[in-house]
Design a protein around this ligand. Structure first.
Ligand code: VG1
Ligand code: CO
Length: 543
């Protein structure tokens, strides 16, 4: 076993997006592609000697091979210890939890999250820092800049490590600890929520279906829901992580989790439904014949947080990504706590959480989380809802409807135009940006524009600035249309159009969402020329 220095050729495109570097599996299978990226990361981090690294992924195709490659590189860079989840498995929230709990200097998570997996699917890698959260942009940009001039990497030539047997082995001077991927996470959850009350709820016959979509949350949900909380066997479905997710698209929304939605809409619907994504950081909450939007979920959790033991003392503040609806803002106002608006991507919440400015965070893309770690956390959100249901004795629908009656309803929808031509998408955004200056004061359909800009964020903690984070057109009545291009896709471009309309009148709270937003949908088409630029008459996914 020796450490080798290997000559390599740089790959130009190793620039991380919204959440890590995501490419087709076949891209990652190119010679030294992963070695190059990880070498660039280690070079950028500087001295790794004596440090602890956490390592694991969502179990998708190429996960195991990638873990072995990274272990060999880590050993060549002086890490004292790597904690790797058994089978190479760690959900994104579990990795965040393990980094914090064990005082690791950081972690590498192998996932392309909600992107499909398998040999023809996507793979991804992201680095999380010592606080357990995604690396800030300054670091990921530095890694990319380093990668374009990389000419060597260093790795041990040690054989593969057995990832399936818990315990310790060594590569060079480095200890590899294969750990239970669920234990630390489950313990953290138990400290936040009223497990006794949730157990009693299940004991009374409360029924639930959790769809793990053949992705990483299965083992976590089984251990916690069926194991610790006594939910009947079969509560968790698609519970075994598969390399291709069984062909599922593990992006929990009503389109991809159609069978769960159908079940929840039927006569025999269980009391509660939920689903998670590839790497376990997203959540979808569904009541009987009642889908909860992620933006509403954040607002309801914020308004009722003190029902859960971990949040009994109240929340310090809320943060949401800019395109997320303003439902949470109204709750923050009522509670007298601040509400922060950040760019899309969990990395922007890290400083606010570290500085103790916020307790809860959320994104419209089925992501919710809190200061218990530095990632969004799918199962945490599900347990939070279970805690609310147990403590209030109310149904999901009643909780949300009462919330609307008190705060008003923010009708909300996202229209995605996936895999469109990249050049056409860029032209659409450029044309939109060029019009922004003249929009304020203009009448668009039944709306008058109050503000039109390209969202620019200055981090209130470290002053770093993120520009061009999405074009937003805000109307005088608070309605909004937001346009941005996805930073996680791997095929062409994806245009996301976010639509929001506030309705105070409870008599108007029960319209079909697309109908309630029809005027804004027309405005979006009118200002952006979506069909002309994309060649699409309709979005590919509506959530
Ligand atoms: C999407 C979502 C964003 C989320 C990101 C990572 O990014 O919109 O809210 O933080 O995915 O989520 P984009 O750039 O494609 O819009 V995950 O669960 O894929 O790590
Ligand atoms: Co995810």
């Amino acid at each position: 076993m020796t450490i080798q220095t290997v000559a390599t050729t740089p790959y130009p495109g190793q620039r991380p997006g919204t959440s890590g570097l995501r490419k087709k599996v076949t891209v990652f299978q190119q010679p030294a592609y992963l070695d190059n990226f990880v070498q660039s990361l280690f070079d950028t981090l500087g001295d790794c000697s004596g440090k602890t690294l956490v390592l694991g992924g969502d179990g998708r195709y190429h996960n195991r091979a990638a873990v072995q490659t990274i272990l060999r590189l880590a050993a060549a860079h002086g890490y004292a210890r790597v904690l790797v989840g058994r089978g190479g498995i760690l959900s994104t929230p579990a990795a965040s939890c393990v980094i914090r709990k064990h005082g690791a200097s950081g972690g590498i998570i192998l996932s392309a999250s909600h992107n499909p997996g398998g040999p023809d699917g996507d793979f991804g890698i992201k680095y999380n820092i010592a606080n357990g959260g995604p690396a800030p942009e300054a670091l990921t940009e530095a890694v990319w800049q380093h990668s374009v001039a990389l000419h060597r990497y260093r790795a041990s030539d040690a054989p593969d490590v057995d990832l399936d047997t818990p315990g310790s082995t060594r590569i060079e001077q480095m200890t590899v600890d294969v750990i239970d991927p669920v234990a630390d996470y489950a313990q953290l959850m138990e400290g936040l929520f009223d497990f006794a009350a949730i157990r009693a709820l299940f004991a009374r016959g409360f029924t639930m279906r959790f769809d793990a979509m053949s992705a990483v949350t299965g083992p976590y949900a089984k251990a916690i829901l069926e194991g610790m909380l006594g939910a009947p066997a079969g509560t968790v479905i698609n519970a075994v992580p598969l390399e291709d997710f069984g062909g599922h698209h593990p992006d929990p929304n009503p389109v991809n989790a159609a069978s769960l939605i159908a079940l929840m809409a039927g006569e025999d619907a269980p009391d509660f439904g939920a689903a998670s994504d590839g790497d376990g950081d997203r959540n979808m909450i569904v009541g009987r014949r009642f889908d909860v939007t992620p933006s509403d979920s954040l607002a309801v959790l914020a308004a009722n947080a003190t029902m859960a033991p971990g949040y009994r003392a109240g929340i310090r503040g809320v943060a949401r990504s800019m395109p997320t609806s303003r439902a949470a803002d109204r709750v923050a106002l009522a509670l007298g706590v601040p509400c922060f608006e950040t760019p899309t991507g969990w990395k922007y919440f890290g400083n606010l959480l570290d500085a103790g400015k916020v307790t809860l965070c959320g994104e419209e893309s089925y992501g919710t989380g809190s200061d218990h770690m530095r990632e969004k956390d799918g199962l945490w959100a599900v347990l939070f809802w279970l805690n609310l249901l147990a403590a209030s004795g109310k149904s999901v629908a009643v909780l949300v409807q009462e919330h609307w009656a008190r705060f008003g309803r923010n009708y909300y929808s996202r229209h995605d135009y996936e895999a469109i031509d990249s050049a056409a998408a860029a032209e659409l955004m450029d044309a939109l940006r060029a019009r922004l200056g003249g929009l304020a004061g203009q009448r668009l359909g039944e709306y008058t524009v109050e503000l039109a800009d390209d969202f620019c964020y200055t981090d209130p903690v470290d002053g770093s600035v993120a520009r061009q984070q999405g074009v937003r057109i805000v109307m005088t009545d608070g309605s909004r249309v937001v346009f941005r291009l996805s930073g996680t896709g791997t095929e062409g471009a994806t245009l996301r159009v976010y639509l929001e309309r506030y309705e105070a009148d409870p008599a108007q709270h029960h319209l079909p969402t697309q109908q309630a937003l029809a005027g804004l949908i027309a405005v979006a088409e009118h200002v952006a020329g979506i069909s002309a630029y994309t060649g699409r008459a309709a979005p590919s996914v509506v959530t």
